[in-house]
Design a protein. Structure first.
Length: 1111
């Protein structure tokens, strides 16, 4: 152990010194004035110097890799797993088992007849908890604000009033976004009343997140962030910590959620939207309540008690028992004369002395039948619907009538029932008590389940798999905002800590905290299950978009302000001027639905400075693109050494360059979470920047070509030979005709892998039920996308990257191969600019077909947190086989794995062996009858971005691959992070007369282990003032689980693994860790006493939060 550690330390040290010396040496070589340019399109001598330089870097990285792989072995035990018991219910196995035959079950259409013996409760009475609830969507048919003014505020106002009338009344609430808005508008007196109701257990805050998030498209960063935001609000304003989770409306359930709730110290949770066939199966086997365990957890540390609702919906007709015709009669909002009625044609009747016996008996029969589906004699009966209880009359109708029923039932000993209003936790507590366990423990005899509940169908073949892709523009904007929020949180925390330490916090814009706080809330709001899902009305989508853009702009400001302080050589000169920011941004979005427009940096006699932020916690060697107004440009490091850079054209269309704009791409090494200063010089030195060359294939089309002198272009009017791009690691070959990828060959391998891509189109059915925002109901298999013309294909070749751009009518795709050492050069960068606004009822997909023998198995991620194996099910319709892909999907055989990484959530499937297919956008002209009342017709020009990674597997075997668990490789994790957290370029504003001395900022004193991810460093809110930070921050760390059976050669990591150990005390350079308190995920509970040690240890896959003081 000790020896290994020394080897690591020495190895890392040698490596760093070597890389640095190599740089210095090569920089000198490149600067050598005796070298000459060879002329022609390519300055060959420069390329060979660069090539040499890259090769030597490669070699060093490879040597370093020996050390990495040596250490990694001991961290590989985890991925092999195999310890502990297997769960009783494995969802992948359940799917294989079920016939999905959808037989008519009678009154419970999707179930079966339930019978019971009248004496079953004689020894142990039935205990019924009726849980009043109101489901408030923070935006759907109306915007968040409109719902608040029209409904939610009235619901909460009457809640305070009506709950106080009878201490037996109960209510639960889950959306803190609404609750906090209401709180801001009510009197101190009303607030006190609310605190009393919470305190005496009448009102329970369930889950307590900012929203009830979508679980398919949301990323775990945002899921956690909105949970923290809600919990922090609750703690500060009401002093309460949620104990139970409530999720009645998300369209399918992810196993990431139980993990997050468990780590937030919740002990029970409830889910509702699960495939009707699974509900029926679990009901028949009394498995609707289970301990939900993570697939990767060999013990039971992630177990959380979960209640699954058995019937079709969470409304009253589907919650009292199996017969909706009867249950509807106990929804007293539907009493005759009201605005809504019972579609089963039997109206409710108000409860009177005359009818109470008959009514109570009828309801009890439903309760008893429902109870037969569960193992305990405690029964949960939700009582509510969307935006319920907004009028005092409704409170009276429900609460008075139910109380009369309860009073009657409870007065009849022969009925053996005890019925009452309850909160969700009242129900869980009674159940735990009855089975004799402490809350959170496993009740004896209850099953353990692992896996997830995608994809969801509520009836027939109506699979809710369309929303995995609906409105991809906003799904992409969401991810961009997430990366900016994380970056802004971390930089703000660091800048503030440094400023406080230097006593400069008086001059620092502390109030940027309000911008951060607002961005957290807007991002949180968008995680709602009608927001990121793309299932809200058009006007509501615009409202979300405007909020996202507003926060994106603000976060750029927070980042700029922090970066300004952190890169200043002399902090004493720091002055914050909100009217004249020191740095500007590299792009701007004019509208909420426009793609970013990149800033052009104007070069003149004096150098222009750039600050580049790397939001990753790993050092990164990457190509940073900058637009400039002149081809005569030279890029220097902070110290004045020239950096390798490539000049290319900036294209406005397939065959025309934008006049007087050029892209200079700089190869720069960016410090972990750091800021690198670069200089741009106008230079007429002929070989300052390496040029790229362009080939244009017009395929017989008569198109004008607008060139600029600085970038050579060869036009091929008709010919279309196939061609390849190549770097040191791989060769990618393309069709000359289509411009699309055909194959990939890895360096040093004989075998060429077929990896051919194509675009396809799905139509929708001619029958009544058609695809819409939620549902995917295709009219059969996809047909090849057949545009009128062959695309213009433009091939750019250069020393740092080469790319193929293909211009189709509805999609422009660019496949880029970086020719740089390390992570960037190991995968293909793929982007698709999609515009299907002239389509009618079409969905555009991108399919990769390969020779990988994946059979029927593929893998998709859940929330970017974990991987869930999937099986293509022949017995299910095509649309049932689509799954959410928030960050990646892969297929594999024992030799290879092909991973598609994505920068936005989209729907994915593998419809036959060797295939991977992703839906890029969908345009649907009609509603799909789930309440939205609209089609999906507001498509935008959308840029979907991917990374395609082909890896060789070394020690894989079929037995292992058959297990319901899988992990990405470390390379895949890092590739995903590169894709999702791009480097941010900030030019020093032009107006600066004489820029002060700038210094790159390197916040970390050591390299973080490769498998550690700093999920967030989030300043906490000040006690008094919401718009100011406190002295403490939350540090949230995630240790990733990874698969070592993939070849790890030439990876170019500069990190190692550490068996989960991390010394936090010395992590932040120039700052002291004043205190370190491990807490529950959302900071509600301290875990263990604060110790003096700042060394921590994390198990693979675990996320841990620490309350820290940095200064
Ligand atoms: Zn909802």
């Amino acid at each position: 152990m000790k020896l290994k550690k020394q080897v690591t330390v020495c190895g890392a040290a040698i490596f760093c010194v070597a890389v640095f010396s190599l740089y210095l040496m090569l920089d000198r070589v490149q600067h050598d004035p005796t070298r000459h340019q060879s002329g022609g399109n390519f300055p060959r001598s420069q390329i060979s110097v660069l090539q040499n330089r890259i090769e030597q870097l490669e070699q060093l990285l490879e040597e370093n890799h020996e050390i990495i792989s040596h250490i990694k072995d001991s961290d590989c035990q985890f991925a092999l797993g195999g310890r502990g018991q297997s769960p009783d219910l494995q969802m992948l196995a359940v799917y294989s088992l079920l016939p999905f035959d959808n037989q008519d079950g009678g009154v419970w259409k999707q179930g079966f007849d339930i019978t019971y013996e009248p004496n079953e409760w004689d020894t142990e009475p039935l205990q019924v908890f009726v849980v009043p609830h109101s489901h408030n969507d923070p935006g759907w048919i109306k915007t968040f604000d409109k719902y608040y003014y029209d409904q939610t505020q009235h619901i909460l106002n009457s809640m305070v009033l009506k709950m106080q009338e009878d201490p037996r009344r109960r209510f639960i609430w889950s959306e803190i976004s609404f609750f906090s808005k209401w709180w801001d508008n009510i009197s101190a007196q009303k607030r006190a009343a609310v605190r009393r109701l919470v305190g005496n257990g009448q009102l329970e805050m369930v889950t307590g997140g900012w929203v009830m998030p979508d679980e398919a498209n949301s990323h775990y960063f945002a899921m956690i962030d909105q949970l923290i935001e809600g919990h922090q609000w609750l703690e500060k304003n009401i002093g309460v910590t949620p104990r139970s989770g409530w999720a009645v409306d998300p369209f399918g359930h992810s196993s990431t959620m139980p993990y997050l709730l468990k780590r937030s110290n919740l002990t029970g949770m409830l889910i509702q939207r699960v495939h009707y066939a699974i509900k029926k199966h679990f009901a028949a086997t009394q498995n609707l309540e289970f301990m939900w365990r993570q697939t990767w957890d060999p013990e039971a540390s992630t177990d959380i008690f979960c209640h699954m609702m058995p019937f079709y919906s969470y409304d009253v007709p589907h919650t009292c028992g199996p017969d909706p015709k009867i249950c509807c009669q106990f929804d007293f909002k539907r009493l005759p004369g009201g605005r809504i009625n019972c579609p089963w044609k039997v109206p409710p009747r108000a409860i009177t002395d005359a009818n109470v016996a008959e009514r109570a008996q009828l309801l009890l029969d439903q309760y008893r039948k429902k109870s037969k589906l569960y193992r305990s004699k405690v029964l949960l009966v939700p009582l509510g619907d969307d935006f319920r209880y907004d009028k005092p009359q409704e409170w009276d109708a429900q609460f008075l009538n139910y109380q009369r029923i309860f009073d009657f039932l409870n007065s009849q000993p022969n009925l053996h029932v005890q019925a009452q209003f309850g909160t969700l936790s009242d129900y869980f507590d009674a159940l735990y008590k009855k089975v004799g366990i402490v809350p959170g423990m496993k009740p004896p005899g209850f099953p353990v389940l692992s896996g997830d509940f995608f994809s969801y169908a509520d009836r027939e073949d109506h699979y809710w798999t369309g929303y995995y892709t609906s409105r991809p523009f906003y799904k992409s904007l969401d991810r961009v905002l997430e990366a900016h929020l994380r970056g802004a949180e971390i930089l703000y925390s660091l800048a503030l800590a440094h400023a406080r330490r230097a006593g400069a916090d008086g001059r620092y814009p502390l109030t940027d905290y309000a911008l951060l706080s607002n961005a957290r809330r807007n991002l949180g709001l968008f995680q709602h299950h009608d927001a990121i899902t793309g299932t809200a009305k058009e006007a509501v989508a615009v409202d979300y978009g405007a909020r996202l853009l507003h926060s994106l702009t603000n976060l750029k400001r927070v980042i700029i302000n922090a970066a300004h302080y952190l890169v200043l050589g002399d902090k004493d000169t720091y002055r914050h001027d909100p009217a004249a920011p020191f740095l500007s941004t590299d792009d701007a979005r004019p509208n909420q639905d426009s793609l970013p427009e990149r800033t052009v940096v104007k070069l003149d006699a004096s150098p222009r400075f750039l600050v580049v932020f790397n939001p990753l916690e790993q050092e990164r060697l990457c190509v940073v693109p900058v637009l400039v107004d002149s081809p005569h440009v030279r890029v220097l490091s902070e110290e004045g050494q020239p950096l390798p850079s490539q000049l290319s054209a900036h294209w406005g269309a397939a065959t025309s360059m934008v006049p007087d704009v050029y892209q200079v791409s700089v190869l720069a090494r960016l410090p972990a979470l750091g800021l690198r200063v670069l200089q741009l010089h106008k230079s007429f030195d002929g070989h300052a920047t390496l040029k790229s060359s362009v080939r244009l294939y017009l395929h017989g089309r008569d198109l004008p070509v607008h060139k600029q002198e600085a970038v050579p272009v060869n036009v091929f009017p008709a010919t279309a030979d196939d061609f390849c791009l190549e770097n040191q690691h791989l060769q990618a070959c393309f069709s000359g005709r289509s411009g699309l990828l055909q194959s990939i060959r890895r360096a040093g391998e004989e075998r060429e892998h077929r990896v051919s891509s194509e675009f396809l189109v799905y139509g929708t059915r001619t029958s009544k039920d058609k695809s819409g925002a939620y549902l995917f109901l295709p009219d059969g298999e996809a047909k090849p996308y057949a545009p009128k013309d062959l695309p213009v294909v433009r091939v750019t070749e250069g020393p740092l990257f080469s790319e193929v751009a293909s211009y189709y009518q509805h999609v422009q795709t660019v496949v880029r191969l970086y020719n740089v050492p390390g992570v960037e050069g190991l995968s293909l960068d793929v982007s698709c600019l999609v515009d299907i606004r002239d389509h009618i009822n079409k969905e555009l997909s991108l399919r990769f077909s390969t020779d990988i023998e994946s059979d029927n198995t593929f893998f998709t991620d859940l929330n970017g947190f974990q991987i869930q194996p999937r099986r293509y099910q022949q017995k299910l319709p095509l649309q049932a086989n689509f799954y959410p892909m928030p960050t990646m999907a892969y297929i594999q055989d024992t030799q290879s794995r092909l991973t598609l990484h994505t920068a936005q959530a989209l729907g994915v499937s593998s419809l036959s062996s060797g295939q991977l297919e992703v839906i890029l956008d969908r345009r649907l002209m009609q509603d799909d009858n789930r309440g939205l009342g609209q089609g999906l017709k507001d498509n935008k020009r959308t840029c979907n971005r991917f990374r395609l990674l082909l890896e060789r597997r070394t020690t894989a075997n079929k037995v292992q691959d058959g297990r319901p668990i899988s992990f990405p490789s470390l390379l895949s994790h890092i590739t995903s992070m590169h894709l999702n957290a791009e480097a941010l370029v900030m030019p020093v504003a032009q107006e600066q007369p004489a820029p002060p001395a700038l210094r790159s900022f390197m916040p970390l004193s050591t390299t973080l282990p490769c498998d550690f991810h700093i999920l967030n460093l989030r300043m906490l809110q000040a006690e008094q003032d919401d718009s100011l930070p406190s002295a403490e921050a939350a540090l949230i760390l995630h240790r990733k689980g990874f698969d070592c059976s993939l070849e790890a050669k030439n990876l170019g990591f500069n990190c190692t693994t550490s068996q989960g150990k991390l010394a936090l005390g010395s992590l932040f350079r120039g700052l002291e860790l004043g205190s370190l308190q491990p807490t529950s995920l959302t900071l509600m509970y301290p875990l263990a006493a604060a110790s003096n040690s700042t060394n921590i240890r994390l198990d693979p896959m675990e996320i841990a939060t620490f309350r820290i003081h940095l200064g």
